[in-house]
Design a protein around this ligand. Structure first.
Ligand code: GUN
Ligand code: FE
Length: 454
C-alpha cells in the first residue's frame, strides 16, 4: 500500500457546484508529503478497511469524534492588514473621508516595523482561528513591513498573497502617506515581488507577491501602466478596488472617461490572476469584460453596508460567468470572519431582492432574482475563492491542498442546536454556517500542516 503523510477519517462538506453542497460521509482523506489530498476513499470502496487497518494505531491517523466535521479552509479575498488595528471602529463617515480621517493616518504608522509586527502577528493568528487558510492581503505603502507580513504568513503556515500598496499621486494622497515618486513606487514593487518570490521557496504552503494599486484615484496613469507591466513580467496576481461607491465610481468616470473596469483593462491590470474588491457598480459591459479576462470579484458584503452606497448585485454578476469569492475587507468590514461575511452575503442579497423602502408597493421595492443561498455563500467562501486565485484550494477533493477546518458542533461553551442524532447532514451544514463561533473551530490545517488548535 502507498505511504501517506497523514490519513484523516470523518464527514466533510465541500461544494459540488455553486448551489449544491456534497456530503462526504465518513470518508478517508489520504494526504501526501506535499500536503495535497492524494486520495479520497468512501466507506463502500474495498481499500477503505485496508487503509484503516494499516494506519489505525499510527500517530498520523486522525479520526474525527462524534459531532465533528471537516470544512474546507476559507479563502479571504480582501484584507487590509494594517487596518486590523482599527477594526470595529471608525465606520461613521463616507469612504473618502474615512480614508483621510482614520485610515491613512493609521496605515502611515506601519513604517514602524515593531508596531507592524505586533499587529500583523495578531491578525494572522486571528484569521487562522476563524478558519481562514488563504488570504489576499493589502499591506501598506512600506516595502519592509509589507515583506514582514509575508514572512509572518510564511512562519505561521498561512497561505498569504501579499501586496505592497501603491499610492503615488501627490495630488490625491497626503504627503505623510504615499510613495515618494512614481519611480520609487515601481522600484519598490519590483523589489518586493522578487523578495516574496525568494521567501516562497522556503515555505510549504506558498506565499505570493501581489501587484497592488490601491485604487485608480490614488495612482498616476504612469504608475498604473508600470504596475500592469510588472504583473505580466513576473506573472503575479493583481488586486485593487473597483467601482466601490458613488464618489469613487464617478471620480474614475470623470478622469478616465470610462468605468473602472475598462480603465483598469487599458492599464493592463485585468487578467486571470486579478481580483477586484467590491465591484458594486459594474455595468453589464464591465461584467462581460471581467468574465472575458478571467478577472474575479472579492465580494465584501459587510464593508459594502458601510462604505459602498448600495448592495452589490452578486447573483446577477455571478450569472455573467465571473469568478467570485468573499472578502472581509478588514476594517471597512469590522469582522475578521468569513462566516460573518457569508451570512451577510445572504442577508444583503435578500434585502436587495425584496427592497428596503416599505413606503413603496411590493412590486416596485426590490430587484428580482437577487437572492443567493447559504450554499452559494459557502461556495464563494471556498471553491469560488480558489478559482478566483487560480489555486488548487477550497475543495476537499483529490489534487487539492489539505486546507481544512475541523468544526466541533458540541462543546460546552458553544453547542449548536442539534437535538436529533439522525438530523439531515445538510441541515447540520447550514447550522455550522450560521452558528459556528471561533470556539467551535478546533483545528485548522494548511497544506497538510496543523497551524491552529484549541
Ligand atoms: N478604497 C481605497 N482604499 C480603500 C480601503 O482601504 N478600503 C475600502 N473599503 N475601500 C478603499
Ligand atoms: Fe478594501
Amino acid at each position: 500500500m502507498k505511504e501517506y503523510a497523514q490519513v484523516f477519517q470523518g464527514t466533510a462538506f465541500t461544494s459540488k457546484s455553486p448551489k449544491e453542497v456534497q456530503v462526504l460521509q465518513n470518508y478517508l482523506f489520504c494526504i501526501n508529503e506535499g500536503g495535497l489530498i492524494e486520495k479520497t476513499v468512501s466507506p463502500e470502496e474495498p481499500e477503505y478497511q485496508e487503509i484503516i487497518e494499516a494506519y489505525l494505531n499510527k500517530d498520523n491517523f486522525h479520526r474525527l469524534s462524534k459531532g465533528q466535521f471537516f470544512l474546507p479552509g476559507f479563502i479571504d479575498l480582501h484584507v487590509h492588514a494594517p487596518q486590523w488595528a482599527q477594526s470595529g471602529t471608525a465606520l461613521d463617515i463616507p469612504l473618502n473621508d474615512w480614508l483621510n480621517t482614520y485610515t491613512f493616518p493609521l496605515e502611515s504608522k506601519f513604517s514602524d516595523l515593531q508596531f507592524a509586527e505586533t499587529v500583523y502577528r495578531d491578525l494572522v493568528s486571528h484569521l487562522l482561528a476563524n478558519g481562514t487558510t488563504t488570504v489576499l492581503y493589502f499591506a501598506s505603502v512600506h516595502k519592509e513591513s509589507s515583506l514582514l507580513l509575508a514572512e509572518i504568513c510564511a512562519k505561521k503556515g498561512q497561505r498569504g498573497l501579499v501586496g505592497k500598496v501603491v499610492m503615488d499621486d501627490p495630488n490625491l494622497n497626503p504627503d505623510y502617506y504615499r510613495d515618494e515618486s512614481t519611480e520609487a513606487a515601481l522600484k519598490d514593487t519590483e523589489e518586493f515581488i522578487m523578495a516574496v518570490k525568494e521567501l516562497a521557496k522556503t515555505t510549504k504552503q506558498g506565499v505570493y507577491p501581489v501587484v497592488t494599486p490601491r485604487f485608480i484615484p490614488s495612482c498616476t496613469d504612469e504608475a498604473l501602466i508600470g504596475l500592469g507591466e510588472l504583473a505580466s513580467k513576473y506573472d503575479t496576481h493583481i488586486q485593487s478596488h473597483c467601482s466601490e461607491g458613488d464618489w469613487e465610481h464617478s471620480y474614475v468616470k470623470e478622469r478616465c472617461g470610462k468605468n473602472d473596469a475598462f480603465a483598469l483593462h487599458d492599464f493592463g491590470l485585468l487578467r486571470d490572476k486579478s481580483v477586484m474588491a467590491h465591484c458594486s457598480f459594474l455595468s453589464d459591459d464591465d461584467a462581460e469584460l471581467f468574465a472575458k479576462t478571467g478577472t474575479a470579484i472579492g465580494h465584501c458584503p459587510l464593508s459594502n453596508a458601510y462604505l459602498a452606497n448600495g448592495v452589490t448585485p452578486i447573483a446577477h454578476l455571478h450569472s455573467k460567468g465571473i469568478d467570485i469569492g468573499l472578502g472581509t475587507d478588514v476594517s471597512g468590514g469590522f469582522s475578521p470572519s468569513i462566516y460573518d461575511n457569508a451570512k451577510q452575503a445572504v442577508i444583503s442579497s435578500r434585502m436587495l431582492e425584496d427592497g428596503v423602502n416599505t413606503y413603496l408597493p411590493t412590486e416596485e421595492r426590490g430587484v428580482p432574482n437577487s437572492r443567493i443561498t447559504i450554499n452559494e455563500a459557502f461556495f464563494f467562501a471556498t471553491a469560488g475563492g480558489g478559482e478566483s486565485l487560480s489555486l488548487p484550494v477550497g475543495r476537499l477533493q483529490e489534487n487539492y491542498a489539505w486546507d481544512v477546518q475541523i468544526i466541533h458542533t458540541s462543546i460546552d461553551t458553544a453547542t449548536l442546536p442539534i437535538f436529533n442524532e439522525e438530523e439531515d447532514l445538510l441541515d447540520v451544514f447550514q447550522k455550522i454556517m450560521y452558528l459556528t463561533r471561533p470556539e467551535n473551530i478546533r483545528e485548522v490545517w494548511v497544506q497538510g500542516e496543523l497551524v491552529h488548535s484549541r
